[in-house]
Ligand binder design. Sequence first.
Ligand SMILES: C[S@@+](CC[C@H](N)C(=O)[O-])C[C@H]1O[C@@H](n2cnc3c(N)ncnc32)[C@H](O)[C@@H]1O
Length: 312
Amino acid sequence: MLTDLKRSLQNVDPMPLSDQRFDESHEWFEGQSNQQAQILGWLRRFGKSQIERRADDLAANGETFRVLSVGCGSGILDLPLIKTLADQIESGRNQTDVKDPVIHYTGIDPNPVACGRFRDEFDNLGTESVELSVLEETVESYDHNQSMDLTHVVHSMYYFGDPAVSLRTLIQNVADDGELVIFQAPKGELNRLADCFWQGHVSDPIWFSADLEKHLQETGISFTRSCLEAEVDVTDCFDDSCPKGRLTFDFIVQSDCEQLSAPIRRSVLEHLRSISRIDGQKIYAPHPVDIFVIHQSDEAQIQSDARVACSP
Ligand SMILES: C[S@@+](CC[C@H](N)C(=O)[O-])C[C@H]1O[C@@H](n2cnc3c(N)ncnc32)[C@H](O)[C@@H]1O
């Protein structure tokens, strides 16, 4: 079925989403899935345990906990994470403690619409313990001049120009005993669909989780891998007249579906139905994600330095 779709797409240039449409369709899509809540739960537990581990250092004046969110988008994931980390810091403070921010949270994303929303929403959080910088930068353009206690890359590595190079930069900038966490989808049934369209937008193959794992193994970087199973409700995609369904459809194919011919849209829906679970009136597509954790130890640093030294 996908072979036919790929053939039909050969002579078509699917139109990438505008910044506004990407931001809108991303938020809607995540709302239809139970994946983001699981990612958030995972990151909350992980971040809290990292802060607990550093509690004594952070209690002393001047010590900060640095977080980098790569491809933060509008902060729909970051804001609740920031709130949790801030609550953790604030609950451990005495009345007399200095109230300077102890968490420096940096979000980078090239989408100005999303960055603007992130900054505005953060102002409503009203937290004293977090200093936020949201920068309209890509992983490639950002000046990685500070080491991070926690760097997370949630569903943004697909968009990196050269994932291997950016990965090395990110690892080199993780502080001793800090972590780089990457959430990357497998090339499962849903993403095979996205990949058909994506290939028209980029010149190099997109990295899915198996590509990342292979790269980490080949370059000798230690990591752990686990998986979150999830599903996304795609029911509305099958209703042509539903604007919300068009948002889900657009995000799945990462393209403006209004610009696609009726046969191409039909092929997408046929594939979507064939991979989905039907529950009464609802249609759910599988939406798993893999989690990679790279812990910064001396060994990792030495290996990464050696590779830099050996590279041509
Ligand atoms: C699927 S969204 C994920 C947003 C957020 N991490 C989340 O999970 O809610 C991917 C984000 O990566 C951003 N992005 C695209 N190219 C990028 C690059 N080269 N470096 C960093 N981020 C990039 C996009 O603008 C988009 O906001």
